[in-house]
Design a protein around this ligand. Structure first.
Ligand SMILES: Nc1ncnc2c1ncn2[C@@H]1O[C@H](COP(=O)(O)OP(=O)(O)OP(=O)(O)O)[C@@H](O)[C@H]1O
Ligand SMILES: [Mg+2]
Length: 647
């Protein structure tokens, strides 16, 4: 379905988000370096301290039931009055033991809390590092990937993974190992006070318990996956629908949108319900298994107490110890569940990270050296999708410092040429060079910093006008920003707004008119000041008066810069050094305006059609002026003049 990008084995894009499932072990190994981070001795120290605290807490925990046993035995001794040392000493002993018991309980809680403080730094650092890496990676992936991918889904993946990473690191490291240690200690205590049968019962209970947990969790993973997929789906639909807010209203399709969203949510609802009901099953099973083991042991001790081989203290100790083990074990079941589910969440993120960028710097790529800025396209063939060629053997050159215009019908491939020059896509065959350097042999960063693009559709960041203009060169001074805005004819408009340069432009810049957005785009490209300029219908959204003024500004900017202009309105490019006529992906004519007119080909026919339309517009304007003068229309009424299409 998708072509293989140049020099990169590119897996299908959909596999990355919904299909591909990373194997858990790979994901786990991938996380390890983030928990034991290279070059961060402070974080490594935190890991060690957290582990030390954890061991200490476990040791304290295990002594609690033993102290409890001593207290109970001492108390039964008092009530039975079998002690030889007298009630006074006993009271002291019991008080001391009770105090020790209390201290132990408090210590074990406090130690765990301190441990958490230490470990949080490690966990949060890992979350930040991994998320930033994924974010950077997303920016490296091709335009193709992003056009096919849906932003709402991607942001959800990032969000879910962040949560999962924290959880896996915290639970995996702080629970699995300590629970095992506690289990070993308990077995030792049981063996010391009782015999091997007790050890066997504990081990058997824990084994069955874990087996059940693993099995049930495996079964629940599938449900969880479906829950995630439907969650991503619902979120994607919601974001897409809200981005198209205006379109939804134009067509009165709120009900349709709400149905679409609701059906995605319905799938989520079903999966979520099954997730919870399966959790109830899991929890009940765990409780039953563990309680059976505990009851068996307590029954055995109780028999021993009756027979006089065990004390009441022993009974209390076994009970306390088992209840104490139940907590981390129950936690461990949850840990396994959460880790498995976390891995499901993260695997999508890892699949994304494994996705090779389609356009990559070739090994040994050098920075582009722009000396004059001469652009050459040599026999370029290109297709977005396999079975539809967009550019067919396109050759032309833009001499250094000159202006070349590309004209032609809609869909001919004009914007595609600018995307190729910018290397959003690699071509199928042929060569594109700038000053004799193949653009595939230079770094993308240097290539892109040499080219300034005013795109056909300008999308702005949801920030201030100042931010959007200075995006062209973030370190520009205020004066430079204003100078660029002046050149782009937008300074006075900006100043007319109450907030001036601090005006927010709205999502995607939708609070500005098309022409204002276009001028902001021109200003930021002027600020960037690159040696090569690509203007893709840079003035198409402007009325003819403003267009003229900006045209002058753009001409000034284009002076001594190699410039590629894509235009619909031919009158704006008559003075270009060369005009290429592109039709269905082929250069059908090229030359200066005068040469092409003389040729009487496609260009000439486009030109005369536009001239006619323009003449009609002039006549209309003239007639309106007349009407105004004679009083048939109120003064200053200019409505439809700009509304006459240019073509
Ligand atoms: N990402 C894409 N994937 C597949 N096909 C695409 C993609 N982008 C553009 N096309 C197709 O390539 C062809 C050329 O598109 P291009 O944007 O270069 O046209 P254009 O000459 O700039 O047209 P216009 O004057 O309307 O802007 C169009 O038919 C379009 O459908
Ligand atoms: Mg275009």
């Amino acid at each position: 379905m998708l072509r293989q990008g140049r020099g990169s084995g590119r897996p299908s894009i959909d596999a990355a988000l919904l299909g591909a499932r990373e194997d858990h072990w790979t994901v786990f190994k991938g996380l390890l370096p983030f928990v034991w981070p290279e070059g961060r001795p402070d974080l490594r120290r935190n890991v060690v301290v957290a582990f030390g605290l954890l061991l200490l807490a476990k040791l304290v925990t295990i002594t609690i039931p033993i102290v409890f046993k001593w207290v109970t035995d001492a108390l039964t001794a008092v009530s039975g009055e079998t002690s030889a040392s007298g009630p006074a000493t006993l009271a002291v002993v019991v008080t001391m033991l009770v105090l020790a018991y209390g201290a132990g309980r408090m210590m074990s809680v406090v130690l765990n809390q301190i441990r958490d403080i230490y470990f949080t730094k490690v966990g949060q650092n890992a979350v930040r590092k991994l998320n930033t890496r994924t974010f950077e990676h997303l920016h490296k992936l091709s335009l193709r990937f992003h056009l096919e991918r849906r932003t709402g889904g991607l942001s959800r993946v990032l969000e879910r993974s962040a949560r999962a990473i924290e959880l896996i690191i915290r639970m995996g490291i702080l629970n699995v190992v300590p629970t095992l240690i506690e289990l070993v200690l308990i077995c030792a205590v049981l063996f010391y006070y009782f015999d091997a049968t007790f050890v066997l019962i504990v081990l058997a209970t824990v084994t069955v318990y874990m087996w059940f947990t693993f099995k049930a969790s495996e079964w629940r993973i599938g449900i969880r996956r479906e829950m995630n997929d439907s969650d991503t789906d619902a979120n994607t639909k919601a974001i897409d629908s809200l981005l198209n807010f205006e379109t939804v209203k134009y067509f009165g399709n709120e009900a349709l949108e709400s149905r679409r969203f609701d059906s995605a949510m319905k799938r989520y609802e079903g999966a979520a319900i099954r997730t919870y009901s399966s959790l109830a099953y899991l929890n009940s099973g765990q409780a039953i298994i563990f309680t059976l083991g505990m009851i068996l042991m307590m029954w055995m001790v109780a028999r021993g107490v009756a027979a006089g081989t065990h004390t009441v203290g022993d009974f209390v100790m076994v009970n306390t110890m088992m209840i104490q083990l139940w907590m981390p074990l129950n936690f461990m079941g949850m840990v396994y569940r959460e880790i498995k589910q976390g891995l499901v969440d993260i695997e999508v993120m890892f699949a994304l990270l494994q996705q090779n960028p389609e356009v990559e710097d070739s090994p040994g790529a050098k920075p582009l050296k722009v000396t004059n800025g001469e652009i050459k396209f040599e026999n370029v063939c290109f297709s977005y999708e396999e079975d539809r060629t967009i550019l067919k053997d396109v050759s032309f050159d833009v001499p250094a410092g000159k202006m070349v215009a590309i004209v032609g019908p809609s869909g001919a491939g004009k914007s595609t040429i600018s995307r190729i020059l910018f290397r959003f896509y690699d071509i199928d065959s042929g060569r594109v060079t700038i000053d004799d350097q193949d653009i595939r042999d230079v770094t993308q960063l240097s290539l892109r910093s040499a080219i300034g693009v005013v795109p056909q559709d300008t999308v702005l960041f949801n920030d201030t006008i100042r931010y959007n203009i200075s995006y062209g060169r973030p370190d520009a001074t205020e004066e430079e920003v204003i100078a660029a805005a002046k050149l782009a004819q937008i300074d006075s408009f900006i100043r007319s707004m109450p907030q001036g340069y601090d005006t927010m432009v709205g999502e995607r810049g939708l609070k500005l008119s098309g022409g204002e957005k276009q001028r902001v785009a021109i200003a930021r490209t002027i600020l960037k000041g690159p040696p090569i300029l690509v203007l893709d219908e840079a003035t198409s959204a402007l009325d003819s008066h403003t267009e003229k003024e900006i045209q002058d500004a753009l001409d000034k900017v284009a002076e001594n810069r190699t410039t590629l202009v894509i235009a619909h309105r031919l009158s704006t490019i008559v003075h270009a050094d060369k005009i290429l006529v592109l039709e269905a992906g082929q250069v059908v004519e090229q030359g200066t305006h005068a040469e092409l007119i003389a040729k009487k080909g496609l260009y000439e026919s486009l030109w005369s059609r536009q001239r006619q339309a323009e003449k009609a517009r002039e006549e209309l304007a003239h007639a309106l002026e007349e009407a105004e003068r004679t009083g048939a229309l109120p003064l200053g009424w200019k409505g439809p003049v700009d509304g006459v299409p240019g073509e």
